[in-house]
Structure formats: C-alpha cells, structure tokens
Design a protein around this ligand. Structure first.
Ligand code: IMP
Length: 198
C-alpha cells in the first residue's frame, strides 16, 4: 500500500487528518514515526507558505509522499491575531487552555457581535518523485465566546462558536467536526490530487 507522511506532531491534527483520509488505500504515518527528523522552521508569512515549507522539508527528509497542514485562528478584533502564531500564542510551553484564556483576556471588553473569527487551514501535498506540490485551503467562520464549552477537539475549539450550529467546535463530536471544519474543507479539495499520486 502507498504511504503518506503527515508532517505534524500535533495529536489533535493527526487524529482528524487520519479520519479524513480513512477511505483511501494509504498507509498513514506521521512525524512521530520519524523521531530523528529535526523541527522544521516555519518562517513563512502565511498559512499556505508554511504548509508548503513543512511538506517539502519532510518529503525531502523522508523521500516519501507528504501532507502538511498549517492552520490557526484569526480574530478580527485583534487584527487577525493569533493567525500563523496560533500554536505559540502567549508564552512558550503554555497548554491549549492557557492560550485560549490569554485570548479571552485580550477580548474581555469586546462585545460578542464584534468577536468574529475564523479558523483557517492550508494543506500542502508534496510528491518527491515528481518534485511537485499542490496546495488547498479551507475556512470556517465563527465567534469567540467568553467561556469555554465542550470537551472534544483541541486548541481553541472550546471558545469558537459556530453560530449556525449553536455549538462550539469542542461540542461537536469528532465526526461532526470532520464534516464542518476548516481542515475537512481543505482536505476534501486535496483528495483528487492525492488520488492521482496513488
Ligand atoms: P500549526 O501546527 O503551526 O499549524 O499550528 C496550529 C495551531 O492552530 C494549533 O496548535 C491550534 O492552536 C490552532 N488550531 C489549528 N486548527 C485548529 C482546530 O481545528 N481547532 C482548534 N485550534 C486549532
């Protein structure tokens, strides 16, 4: 069976990506299976650029078909923060909970209707045999509420409300999140390119 390397160590992301790709005849591995590969420096200025940097670097290191996801949260009242810095917002070493609490503190004087935000996901697929990269995106719009709700997901999911569902991302079951999320949308667009590599 062909192999696909997921260029991530984030357990939440890997779980979601595995489910989203479950129907394809692929053996899926992740960076956890390549402990000797050093951290990739994500020095791009946008999600798409960072996804391509990660996919290329890991495909070059492993020689295998590689998919990378670069994603994050953009909050309009904070001029798009935390954006590409979502994973390292606030202090180094903080937990997901500490990072979203820091975000809530910054938004404490902003009324709900002005707390518009979106999750963005850029996916890049790099095929080292063809030296070719494909890139797709997905977004989901929502509002940052002032108290966390729900226990599913990861990252900023507990504070991200999807108004049309009346639920936070962390109140969606993994199956529901994988129907609505920014990641699901980006991966869905990537599947035709992935099928061509099989
Ligand atoms: P990356 O690994 O540099 O792409 O960082 C992604 C970061 O964005 C994660 O660590 C989370 O903080 C945030 N993020 C991305 N996708 C999601 C999601 O689906 N739910 C919640 N937070 C997310």
């Amino acid at each position: 069976m062909p192999r696909l390397v997921l260029a991530s160590k984030n357990k939440g992301k890997i779980l979601e990506l595995r489910e989203l790709l479950a129907g394809l005849p692929l053996e899926i591995v992740s960076l956890a299976d390549f402990p000797a590969i050093p951290e990739v420096i994500e020095n791009g200025g946008a999600f798409a650029e960072n996804a391509v940097i990660k996919a290329k670097a890991i495909a070059e290191a492993t020689g295998e078909l590689t998919m990378a996801d670069d994603s994050g949260l953009e909050v309009d009242a904070l001029n798009g923060e935390p954006g590409i810095y979502s994973a390292r917002y606030g202090q180094p070493g903080w937990s997901d909970r500490e990072r979203y609490r820091f975000l809530l503190e910054k938004l404490q004087d902003v009324p709900l209707e002005k707390r518009t935000a979106r999750f963005r996901c850029a996916v890049a697929l790099y095929n080292p045999d063809l030296n070719r990269v494909e890139q797709t995106d997905g977004t989901v719009e929502g509002l940052i509420i002032d108290q966390p709700r729900g226990n599913y997901g990861f990252g900023y999911d507990p504070v991200f409300l999807i108004p049309e569902l009346g639920k936070t991302m962390a109140e969606l079951s993994p199956e529901e999140k994988n129907r609505f999320s920014h990641r699901a949308r980006a991966v869905e667009k990537m599947i035709p390119f992935l099928k061509r590599c099989l």
